[in-house]
Design a protein. Structure first.
Length: 245
């Protein structure tokens, strides 16, 4: 096997710049080209890093067939490379689970979330932000399966990790509002949306690429819950930030 390694850090930096301006087509070309290069170098560790990015990319582009192919290969490499007991491997499991949920496979996603949580608990500090991502995404799968009480508990656990602040906390509040709608608890929606807006409109939050991503992510939920003018404004600001990059 060759000693050459694919330059993952360099690719991630280029990818982040493309995502910051929402240039998804070029990002996809970069990822596919990088995957082929890592394979040609016989660098399975680099390949796994790229596959992990591709699971999220194909989730965003709603490319079900390609996403499932990438997931199968990523899960194989996690085992092959002995990553199933390491935080890096757990993060791959989390990303794969979230993509499976997106494509209607919440029942297959939940065991991966459980395994990722076991690894995180064994290797990370209890307030590590990776727990919040795990709890938020697991809750979405639980909602898909109608397990609303468990989903609410998972969202609330995410807020504890996040100290109920920051953009990820705003996403969690929006997710809780959508859960309350699905569970017939409409009276609790307003408080969650207000708390989300308080965070999103905080003037101290940098208006960078991640802020634009969060606004873009939250806007459809605001619209679906009846906050149409707010949704339009969030979308407008998001588009302006992407354009400025």
């Amino acid at each position: 096997m060759t000693d050459r390694k694919f330059p993952v850090k360099q690719m991630i930096a280029e990818l982040d710049a493309l995502f910051a301006r929402n240039d998804l087509d070029v990002a996809g070309e970069l990822l596919e080209r990088s995957l082929n290069e890592a394979i040609s170098l016989r660098d399975p560790s680099g390949e796994l890093s790229i596959l992990n990015e591709l699971t999220g990319y194909y989730r965003k582009r709603l490319n079900r067939e390609r996403a499932l192919e990438v997931i199968d290969r990523a899960l194989f490499l996690v085992d092959e490379l002995g990553q199933r007991n390491k935080p890096s491997g757990a993060t791959v499991l989390l990303n794969c689970a979230t993509t499976l949920k997106t494509f209607g496979k919440a029942d297959r996603a939940l065991p991966l979330y459980s395994r990722a949580e076991e690894i995180y608990r064994a290797t990370l500090e209890k307030n590590d932000p990776r727990f919040a991502a795990l709890y938020n995404n697991r809750a979405l799968s639980l909602c898909d399966l109608g397990r609303y009480r468990e989903a609410e508990e998972s969202y609330l656990s995410a807020l504890e990790v996040l100290s109920d602040s920051g953009l990820d906390a705003a996403i969690t509040h929006v997710n809780l509002a959508e859960l309350y709608l699905a569970a017939g608890r409409e009276g609790e929606i307003g408080e969650r949306m207000t708390r989300a807006l308080d965070i999103l409109l905080d003037p101290e939050i940098p208006h960078d690429g991640y802020y634009a991503f969060v606004l873009e992510k939250c806007a459809p939920a605001f619209r679906g819950l009846g906050y149409v003018e707010v949704a339009d404004e969030l979308k407008r600001v998001s588009e302006d930030i992407y354009a400025s990059h």
